[in-house]
Write a new protein. Sequence first.
Length: 157
Amino acid sequence: MNLGNSLFQARKKCGLSQEEVAEKLGVSRQTVSKWETDETVPDIRQSKKMAVLYHVSLDELIDFDLDFREIQDAIDRTSEEVEAKINWTNAWGKKYPILLKYQADVNIPNYARRINIMLDELKQDYGFSEQDAMLVLKDILYNVWKNRKSNGTGKNV
């Protein structure tokens, strides 16, 4: 996503018109339009003011990702009762088909036993609840995967 589109999406998300933004920033509506169409770029001071106006960090404004924000909003609106009814494996399986077919090939009890040991260790060593231990382990697993992916070797550095 380009900067102009990011500025446009952030403004729309806040329900502001170009005129309202221009008035609050002390610039013309045409200036706001030029920022949003990538004809010009705002200076750092104007960018900081927009971030405050749009209730986002400067980094978020520059890298504004509407899909991420929509996902976050959906998560925030989802109650525990609704979440309990969602079959996450089937939902994610549409994007990642391996989630729908690995059960026939993988020695699940072996991995489950080792994961249970790690969960128990997190609970014992740090006093985490069952859910917190699972979330921490999931986050660790994600970061290991991300590091392996980014160094290109398939292994942690």
